[in-house]
Design a protein around this ligand. Structure first.
Ligand code: GLC
Ligand code: MN
Length: 269
């Protein structure tokens, strides 16, 4: 069976730091499976070369515009989110673990390749829908064609690929257990930090955390990041960019996480 991790870099290079930190975290996880980066035409050659040097196999793809223009105006960051559907066209692989560029791998997750399509973890906001930031898929041109055809007809509850995919793979919540990933395979960064601030939760559940997903604030975009899990992201990023790491910054990111913990204790008791 041919396996690959796949990530999309589209709509400009805004998520480039995310791809680099994710790549570094995958390397630390000890996986030897290939990492495919799907890039849209505007991603510069110099960027592609840099990422190729970090071990990414670069594939150029065409963007898929958001079929709902109203959403595009409201949530510009979802304007190119459907582009990730192109992962179904990676047909030289039998099984693909498709990751958002704002995820961070904490432990080896090669066991995901034993899962069938479509396998995903519950979404934080609507736990009876899956979150589309971590998905196990089986590439197929015919499924891709069916999706493109359905795009014009199906509504999306969040205006992005996630709402669409939850209709396309309807009934995920009631499907058999191998399709439902434990939460730890796609845990929101603020839940990670919330658990971290509760010693007993941390002690019991820490080993279950496999992939952290930066759902709200992106660490490389907001300063300071107040929604948690800042230090683990920057540690992964500094491994690819040691020239940017300074002990002062490290302490700053630790302090960001500490302030979340302190707030939790203040409000939750
Ligand atoms: C959520 C998901 C993300 C998806 C977006 C648009 O933010 O985590 O994977 O692209 O919704 O549907
Ligand atoms: Mn995401």
């Amino acid at each position: 069976m041919k396996k690959a991790y796949a990530v999309t870099l589209c709509n400009g290079e805004g998520y480039l730091p995310g791809v680099e930190a994710l790549g570094s975290s995958l390397a630390s996880s000890g996986t030897t499976e290939p990492k495919v980066l799907m890039v849209t035409p505007e991603v510069r050659m110099v960027t592609r070369d840099r990422l190729a040097a970090q071990g990414w196999i670069i594939r150029e793809i065409a963007p898929i515009p958001n079929p709902n223009p109203a959403t595009q105006r409201m949530l510009p960051r979802f304007s190119a989110a459907y582009t990730k559907l192109r992962a179904w066209q990676l047909t030289d692989f039998d099984k693909v673990v498709l990751l958002d560029a704002d995820t961070l791998v904490m432990k080896n997750v090669d066991d995901l390749f034993d899962r069938p399509e479509l396998a995903a973890a519950p979404d934080f906001f609507l736990p009876d829908r899956f979150n589309s930031g971590v998905m196990v898929i089986e590439p197929s041109e015919s499924i891709f064609d069916r999706m493109i055809h359905a795009l014009g007809h199906e509504q999306s509850y969040d205006g992005g690929d996630q709402g669409f995919l939850n209709l396309f793979f309807a009934g995920w919540y009631a499907s058999s257990i191998e399709h439902r990933l434990p939460t730890g395979y796609n845990i929101a960064h603020f839940i990670y930090q919330f658990m971290h601030s509760h010693a007993s939760a941390w002690k019991t559940l820490q080993h279950e955390i496999k992939i952290v997903h930066y759902l709200v604030q992106k660490p490389w975009k907001s300063h300071p990041t107040l929604t948690g899990a800042s230090d683990i992201w920057w540690s992964a990023y500094f491994k690819v960019h040691p020239e940017k790491a300074e002990s002062l910054k490290h302490r700053l990111h630790e302090a960001e996480d500490w302030s979340f913990d302190a707030l939790t204790h203040l409000f939750v008791g």
